[in-house]
Design a protein around this ligand. Structure first.
Ligand code: NAP
Length: 247
């Protein structure tokens, strides 16, 4: 197993791409820490499924956009598990609307959770990664952070920001043996995209060279590669997982 004994923290890990990532990392032997804004009861089935796989798994309730909550949670995890080897910044939201009609609060909340949340997690774990002189930071960007998308100015800006953040921190931590990368999924079938109408889903599928939306597992597999020793000389990279959509 490629990640035996490694401690992996996945934000927003109780469902969707985050949970698929937890299962993939667990299948390679990692200890899984899920942080999520939901309460413990809602995350319990995810933790149980991981434990049933034979993994060590624990849930911490934490809001990525709240620095105090993030700092307290990261300190508790380091205390209990001795450190964090793999950080997956997965938590994210959408509040789609044309700029003309967008509520300012919807612009701010998407930036606060997606971009500032990723920064908060990196900031809170930065020192321990430096001290350990090894580690993996993998953040969820999106193809719309590369291409833009009408109706998603807030979301696209947050994901483009994650790409800049990733490349900057990769330069800061490279000499310490810590790799920092992002993945840019296209349309992935999760609750986030389930809200789209069947008509919109069909028209999206038609624009994808591979003619289908991705699965959470398609994304989890690439994250697992980046978390493993196989990717030890890959840093500052953004890997599209989009069936060719943004090429
Ligand atoms: P999802 O199904 O909506 O899951 C998002 C998770 O993040 C949920 O567990 C949610 O918790 C959690 N979360 C939301 N706000 C949070 C906060 N403030 N603090 C901590 N956790 C929080 O989303 P997904 O489709 O799996 O997407 C995962 C990531 O991939 C996101 O960053 C998304 O932008 C990115 N992505 C997705 C797609 C796609 O097509 N699905 C494409 C490109 C990129 P609750 O369950 O409590 O709400």
């Amino acid at each position: 197993m490629k990640l035996e004994g490694k401690v992996a923290l996945v934000t927003g890990g109780s469902r969707g791409i985050g949970f698929a990532t937890c299962k993939k990392l667990a299948s390679e032997g990692a200890v899984i820490i899920i942080t999520d804004i939901c309460d413990e009861e809602k995350a319990a089935p995810a933790i149980k499924e991981l434990q049933d796989m034979g993994a060590t798994a624990k849930f911490y309730r934490s809001d990525v956009s709240d620095m105090a909550s993030v700092t307290e949670t990261v300190e508790a995890i380091i205390q209990e598990f001795g450190g964090i080897d793999i950080l997956v910044n997965n938590a994210g939201i959408t509040r789609d609307m044309l700029v003309l009609k967008m509520e300012d609060s919807d612009f701010s909340s998407v930036i606060d959770i997606n971009l500032k949340g990723t920064y908060n997690m990196i900031k809170a774990t930065y020192k321990q990664f430096m001290k350990r002189r090894s580690g993996r930071i993998i953040s969820l960007a999106s193809v719309v952070g590369l291409t833009g998308n009408a109706g998603q100015a807030n979301y696209s800006a947050s994901k483009a920001g994650i790409i800049g953040l990733t490349k900057s921190v990769a330069k800061e931590l490279g000499a310490r043996g810590v790799t920092v990368n992002a993945v840019a999924p296209g349309y992935i079938a999760t609750e986030m995209t389930e809200v789209l109408s069947d008509k919109v889903k069909k028209s999206i599928d038609a624009t994808i060279p591979m003619k289908r939306r991705g699965t959470p597992e398609d994304v989890a597999n690439v994250i697992c590669f980046l978390a493993s020793d196989d990717a030890s000389y890959v840093t500052g990279e953004v890997i599209r997982i989009d069936g060719g959509l943004a090429m």
